[in-house]
Design a protein around this ligand. Structure first.
Ligand SMILES: [Zn+2]
Length: 359
């Protein structure tokens, strides 16, 4: 068996595509999607088309934020024409009525409503099975691969409901509101194969990650350490869980990936330092704007000492040479587990990242 997990560069946002191969059989699934450029198809759909995929085993939406769900409607429509089997669509909270009412911008709200209505329509036609995830729910399993949801935990869910209630009341009073923190709904996903362990933290809170880690450790007590960690919330400091990075299985062979965020100047440099301080290989899906900040660390940072005069214009490979534990790169990161060995492949994208900005 072989699994390939693609972490796609979608600008500010998340998108994973999972390919599972066993003999001649190929199975595909999607975790989150973002369509950064409204005038072209999403990089996620493009990857599936390039690989002649005609059937999806599952789609999983980690939480109903625009940078994680945009483009899913397009994917559903594309596969509807091709696919005979029922779609399994896993999510947390999409059916909570508060969510539609709490998306702040009209554009996001419309996009969400369109997806939601399409999902309702497809469920009525028995073409889509919408499954609300709970803790330790199987998303996809074979004899040698398990994909499960690990969080969110109860308090995060309660906090979300409280925030949503309060903000809807505010809206009633003065027609103004800010969005509740939908990261509180973020599903943490654990993936276990014969030879690797992966955790995808989506945009989960630090407490949710802690809770999810406990679930994971209890379930796989003798073999729980990770080979690949997708850093939470585009590398933000607020959702950082420092302890997580001590749970790498083998530091010379373990990888972390960040879906960087152009919008909020992420990843946060302290988070990056914390991760590369564990001497693991860190990959980022893009460097546009943000990684420039990663190269201006405080002078007393020993790992980055000597590069403070470095100029980004000189080229990314030179940065990698200077900081072996950091591989700045924008493009697709593929984590590959062929049943015996794990590796990372990266594909540099030459098209300007600017086409992916400002969703
Ligand atoms: Zn996000």
């Amino acid at each position: 068996m072989k699994i390939t997990l693609y972490l796609l560069n979608v600008g500010h946002g998340d998108s994973f595509v999972l390919k599972y191969e066993e003999g001649n059989v190929e199975k595909w699934g999607i975790i989150d999607c973002h369509k950064p450029n409204p005038n072209t198809i999403s990089p996620t759909l493009q990857l599936l088309i390039d690989n002649n995929v005609t059937n999806l085993e599952f789609i999983c939406l980690t939480h109903p934020d625009y940078d994680h769900f945009s483009g899913l409607e397009e994917i559903l429509k594309y596969f509807l024409e091709k696919q005979s089997a029922v779609f399994k669509f896993y999510e947390y909270g999409i059916h909570q009525s508060e969510i539609t009412a709490t998306l702040s911008s009209k554009r996001k709200m419309n996009a969400f409503k369109k997806l939601y209505h399409l999902m309702c329509e497809l469920s009525q036609m028995n073409k889509l099975e919408c499954i609300s995830l709970s803790v330790e729910h199987n998303i996809f399993t074979t004899d040698n691969l398990t994909i499960i949801s690990l969080g969110p935990y109860g308090k995060d869910l309660m906090n979300f409901s409280k925030q949503a209630d309060r903000r809807l009341q505010e809206y009633e009073l003065n027609k103004m509101f800010t969005e509740p923190d939908k990261n509180l709904l973020s599903i943490v996903i654990g993936i276990k194969s014969q030879s690797s362990n992966i955790i995808l933290c989506s945009d989960a809170t630090t407490k949710n990650i802690e809770y999810s880690l406990q679930k994971w450790r209890n379930k796989f007590s003798s073999n729980y350490k990770f080979d690949f960690i997708k850093v939470s919330h585009h590398g933000s400091k607020t959702n950082h869980h420092a302890g997580l990075f001590k749970d790498f299985s083998n530091h010379s062979k373990s990888f972390a990936g960040i879906s960087a965020g152009n919008h909020y100047n992420l990843p946060n440099k302290e988070v990056v330092y914390d991760i590369i301080g564990q001497k693991v290989l860190l990959y980022s899906t893009n460097y546009s704007g943000d990684l420039k900040n990663m190269f201006s660390f405080p002078e007393n940072n020993s790992i980055l000492a000597g590069i403070k005069d470095y100029k980004i214009e000189e080229g990314l490979n030179q940065v990698s040479d200077l900081i072996p534990s950091l591989t700045p790169l924008h493009g697709t990161i593929s984590f590959i587990d062929d049943g015996q060995n794990i590796s990372i492949q990266t594909e540099y994208q030459h098209d300007p990242i600017n086409t992916y900005l400002k969703p």
